[in-house]
Ligand binder design. Structure first.
Ligand SMILES: Cc1cc2nc3c(=O)[nH]c(=O)nc-3n(C[C@H](O)[C@H](O)[C@H](O)COP(=O)(O)OP(=O)(O)OC[C@H]3O[C@@H](n4cnc5c(N)ncnc54)[C@H](O)[C@@H]3O)c2cc1C
Length: 445
């Protein structure tokens, strides 16, 4: 462990009784949430030390967006919160303090220009994730790496410090737990979740989010490698009531479906699998076409291309990959049928598959090792959204993915980590210097 911790103590020494000079806030985790928390603390006149269990800092941030770091997007705060489902409203205070404009301005002041792709997704213009990490780290001492927090030390219901894996104790009355979640092989961990649970917090079962869908139908797996630029998935509840809808590119895999449309469906589908054992999603291949256009296809084919097979027409006229066009024709019961011989029943089936979607049974999502985010985490009921402080342990704050909130693909999760991190840092610092953040401070003015 690095020896520069100014207030480290020997193993076994009582943290609460040792003298440690000027107190610093402790932050467990060097992801975007921990980095933003350190900035928030300094804005309020307090220094913070980031403790990171891995031998290197901020690895998930560096891996994000394929190394390019999609850190936010162009939605309004209200729309942004909606993408996190019903629990999204919890984010209101944090987003009011820190949203896209703050991040882009902050990066700009550190020489990192930003760009939009598809007029929506925010990226650094050059330098990718490492430019973002550099901007968030400048003028701070290095992160204390290989420094795992193994216990939160408390006394009379408030934080007094932490115990590190090597037995050392660090004293502080403020700890920000920004330890992320267990998604992604080698980088995710449940260590932070368990620390909070041992302090009395409730853990909502972690599930893979932003993860592939494992689908029961064998024909889907035979199409592995086939992709669509734009498809729609609909998750339906009882009586085919649509519960969740996603759109975007789609990739057929050996286990089922991946690509934006599938990854964004993972959280909702995973929760339904947990409750009901499986989930039914409907795959709509042409979300841009109207019901009327789709209903008119069989007649159009009969009239104009009677001597051609349905599978050929679906590929040539509608642009479906040939193997998918073949699979769809089989599902409609008219694999090699010429358009002029298409039965009424097959035509009706085809229209229903195109209009309502092809039903697919999702047995599971993930695994967690392939998930880019985790849903579940520390129950939001036990965290004050105005400060990010625990309602159970005084002086304990949460930031980022460790909390029970998961967004889809597209810059949602990093923006949330930064927003909640900065609020947690400012709140912890305000509390440490003996004053709650004023309304003005909360707004970041
Ligand atoms: C491959 C990949 C690509 C992604 N791309 C994007 C993207 O483009 N846009 C987007 O918005 N999101 C993306 N995400 C998700 C995003 O990276 C995470 O949601 C975000 O990093 C969460 O930030 P965090 O600070 O809460 O946690 P993390 O970034 O996970 O950081 C937590 C840190 O805490 C450390 N830690 C854990 N326990 C302890 C402990 N006990 N003591 C000390 N340290 C501890 C961990 O080692 C880790 O370094 C991607 C994720 C992955 C895996």
């Amino acid at each position: 462990m690095a020896s520069s911790l100014p207030f480290s103590e020997s193993p076994g020494e009582n943290a609460s009784s040792a003298s440690c000079g000027k107190e610093k806030i402790l932050i467990a985790g060097s992801g975007p949430a921990g980095l933003a928390a350190r900035i928030g603390a300094r804005e309020m006149g307090m220094e913070a030390v980031i403790l990171e269990r891995l031998p290197f800092s901020s690895r998930k941030l560096l891996a994000s967006g394929g190394g390019k770091c999609n850190f936010s997007n162009m939605l309004s705060p209200e729309e942004f919160m909606e993408k996190f489902g019903r629990k999204g409203a919890f984010m209101r205070n944090a987003l009011a303090l820190t949203f896209r404009e703050w991040v882009t301005h902050f990066l700009k002041t550190r020489g990192v220009e930003t760009v939009l792709t598809d007029n929506f997704y925010c990226f650094p213009a050059s330098g990718g994730s490492s430019a973002v990490l550099e901007a968030f780290s400048r003028s701070f001492p290095p992160v204390e790496t290989s420094c795992e927090v193994t216990e939160i030390l408390t006394e009379s219901g408030r934080v007094i410090g932490v115990l590190l894996k090597d037995g050392r104790r660090l004293k502080s009355s403020q700890l920000i737990l920004a330890a992320g979640g267990c998604a992604w092989a080698g980088l995710g961990t449940s260590a932070g979740l368990l620390l909070a649970e041992r302090c009395g917090h409730t853990l909502i079962k972690p599930l893979p989010a932003v993860a592939p869908l494992n689908v029961r139908e064998d024909w889907v797996k035979t199409l592995s490698g086939v992709s669509l630029d734009h498809a729609e998935l609909l998750l339906c509840g009882k009586g085919k009531r649509p519960l969740w809808r996603t759109q975007g590119n789609l990739l057929f895999t050996h286990e089922g479906l991946s690509g934006f449309a599938a990854l964004d469906m993972a959280d909702a589908a995973g929760r339904m699998c947990l409750e009901s054992g499986s989930a039914t999603v409907f795959l709509r291949l042409f979300p841009g076409k109207t019901k009327e256009e789709l209903a008119a296809l069989p007649e159009k084919y009969r009239r104009n291309f009677g001597r051609r097979s349905l599978r050929t027409l679906l590929a040539e006229q509608e642009g479906l990959p040939r193997s998918l066009a073949g699979a769809l024709s089989v599902l409609a019961g008219c694999e090699d049928t010429l358009a002029c011989r298409l039965s009424g029943a097959s035509a009706e089936k085809l229209v229903s598959l195109l209009r309502d979607g092809i039903p697919l049974v999702v047995d599971s999502v993930g695994p967690m090792e392939k998930a880019m985010a985790m849903s579940g985490g520390i129950s939001l009921k036990e965290i004050d959204p105005a400060t990010m402080e625990s309602r159970i342990v005084k002086g304990l704050y949460f930031a980022g993915e460790i909390m029970d909130l998961a967004g889809p693909c597209g810059g949602y999760n990093i923006q949330w980590a930064i927003s909640s991190g900065r609020l947690a840092g400012r709140s912890a610092a305000a509390s440490a210097v003996g004053s709650a953040p004023s309304r003005k401070q909360k707004k970041g003015k």
